[in-house]
Design a protein around this ligand. Structure first.
Ligand SMILES: *[C@@H]1O[C@H](CO)[C@@H](O)[C@H](O)[C@H]1NC(C)=O
Ligand SMILES: *[C@@H]1O[C@H](CO)[C@@H](O)[C@H](O)[C@H]1NC(C)=O
Ligand SMILES: *[C@@H]1O[C@H](CO)[C@@H](O)[C@H](O)[C@H]1NC(C)=O
Ligand SMILES: *[C@@H]1O[C@H](CO)[C@@H](O)[C@H](O)[C@H]1NC(C)=O
Ligand SMILES: *[C@@H]1O[C@H](CO)[C@@H](O)[C@H](O)[C@H]1NC(C)=O
Ligand SMILES: *[C@@H]1O[C@H](CO)[C@@H](O)[C@H](O)[C@H]1NC(C)=O
Ligand SMILES: *[C@@H]1O[C@H](CO)[C@@H](O)[C@H](O)[C@H]1NC(C)=O
Length: 412
């Protein structure tokens, strides 16, 4: 019965191959690019209902997958109070948003979605985070008081590394739209951020305690800073960002809290600011809780359209007089350049450097400034205190034409 045995063996082999093929087919069916797909709707999520549990379950499985995984949020509007998406995950993970995650109108928790301790995350898709900000903005008093009501942000990334955020939109956050804390090698690309001009504290992207953060090809219209680079940051690059309305692109504010550390290496390049209340800015608090350095800060190829305070260093940053301006800032500003800054200014003081009386600004380079004042209150000019910049190229206005008046009003 040699033949028979062979046949049985062959059949066994065939069925093994069949099983293998079936597995392969199943894998291929569930993967677009070799990824396993975890669709929240297969976990019970339905449009216009709360998806907290479905999202948590889908994340749990996606994060535990040993294959590269994709958590899919399909088209539709889904309600969510707060979701914590915690790593580490077993493999690379993509959160693909085609739909909208909509916050509860009442402020709840720290944020709509909190990504924590994840390596190699991709957040992508044409979907949106909708913060339903209105009810939060009424309660926000952080622009008025030092100790203030903490409202939820749209998206918080904490200790996220080697990751990418692309194509998505953030709407009407109650507080900052995106917050990065303790992140490394994270890129934002083709992101859209929108909130009304009068919404308080709605910074577009706030970065702190992070390194190697790249933000490019991004549009931000909001009520506060488009991008704010806080303390303890290294190698932050901002390129081709269009900002406005809003308070401009800022380094700072620095020096408000005791645990802050130095900032080194921020480059802002090829950006356009439209109708903003500041252009490119470095802001530090007087009466600082700590002393440290902010260095290697470079601004290049910036276009201004009707911008107030287009070029500004403000070391007396003290909105709503919540600090003692008489105690000088202890943040030392060093190695700064403003190069090829052009367009229109909404204020006649177009370049303003107010540096600390204990640490003057050092190594400030100003090259090729070509701004036109479009108001009627006088001739374009510039003001300085405690700084002697290196001036080259076109100077319109020339930097440091006048001494900055004592007690000039703080920027917002
Ligand atoms: C979301 O928050 C609202 C308002 O506090 C509450 O009524 C609702 O039960 C919460 N939903 C979930 C799923 O926790
Ligand atoms: C940028 O994002 C928008 C909105 O999500 C999308 O429609 C567009 O295709 C993206 N552009 C590129 C170049 O990927
Ligand atoms: C940075 O992250 C990207 C993924 O967004 C990855 O491809 C790249 O290798 C990382 N760079 C380093 C130096 O780890
Ligand atoms: C700048 O970003 C916009 C999207 O905001 C994009 O359309 C454009 O191609 C980018 N420019 C360059 C030079 O990459
Ligand atoms: C700037 O703001 C003014 C007043 O709100 C508005 O009329 C104008 O269209 C804005 N400019 C641009 C380029 O958006
Ligand atoms: C100034 O900053 C640039 C860019 O980070 C750096 O290459 C350069 O060495 C710095 N110069 C000094 C004098 O520290
Ligand atoms: C310029 O900005 C101011 C507000 O800062 C606004 O009132 C004015 O309408 C704007 N002008 C133009 C021409 O956009």
């Amino acid at each position: 019965m040699v033949e028979g045995t062979t046949e049985i063996k062959m059949m066994g082999l065939r069925s093994n191959i069949m099983t293998l093929l079936l597995h392969l087919l199943l894998m291929l069916a569930s993967t677009a690019k070799g990824q396993s797909i975890f669709d929240i709707t297969t976990y019970g999520a339905k449009p216009n209902t709360d998806i907290t549990q479905a999202l948590a379950n889908a994340w749990k499985d996606a994060c535990a997958s040993t294959y590269s995984s994709k958590l899919l949020i399909p088209m539709g509007v889904y309600h969510l109070n707060q979701s914590i998406l915690h790593g580490p995950c077993k493999s690379t993970i993509e959160v693909r948003m085609e739909g909208t995650l909509q916050a509860h109108p009442d402020p709840i928790g720290d944020g709509l979605v909190l990504f924590q301790y994840i390596d190699q995350l991709t957040l992508s898709g044409t979907g949106a985070f909708d913060g339903q900000g209105e009810k939060g903005w009424e309660k926000n008093d952080c622009h008025l008081k030092k100790i203030c009501t903490k409202l939820p942000m749209n998206v918080k990334f904490s200790f996220v590394t080697n990751s990418m955020v692309k194509d998505i939109t953030s709407l009407d956050s109650k507080n900052f739209h995106f917050n990065l804390l303790g992140c490394k090698n994270v890129t934002f690309q083709n992101v859209t951020i929108i909130a009304p001009e009068n919404s308080p504290n709605t910074d577009g992207i706030h970065v702190s305690s992070s390194e190697v953060i790249n933000i490019f090809n991004t549009r931000i219209s909001t009520g506060d800073d488009c991008i704010s680079v806080g303390d303890s940051n290294k190698q932050i690059t901002i390129t081709n960002v269009t900002c406005g309305p809003g308070h401009g692109i800022s380094i700072g504010s620095l020096g408000k809290y005791t645990k802050e550390k130095e900032v080194a290496g921020v480059t802002v390049k090829s950006c356009k600011l439209i109708n903003t209340s500041n252009g490119v800015r470095i802001k530090t608090w007087p009466d600082c809780a700590v002393a440290y350095t902010a260095s290697d800060l470079h601004f290049e190829d910036i276009e201004m359209v009707n911008v107030s305070n287009p070029v500004i260093i403000d070391q007396e940053y003290c909105p709503s007089n919540q600090c003692n301006k008489k105690i000088p800032s202890k943040i030392k500003i060093n190695n700064v350049s403003f190069k090829n800054i052009r367009g229109t200014s909404a204020t006649f003081v177009a370049v303003k450097f107010i540096c600390s009386t204990v640490f003057s600004c050092e190594g400030v380079e100003v090259t090729d400034i070509d701004l036109a004042y479009i108001g009627t209150q006088g001739r374009i000019t510039s003001q300085c205190r405690n700084v002697i910049p290196i001036i080259t190229g076109k100077q319109n206005p020339r930097a440091c034409v006048e001494a900055a008046p004592v007690n000039s009003p703080s920027t917002d």
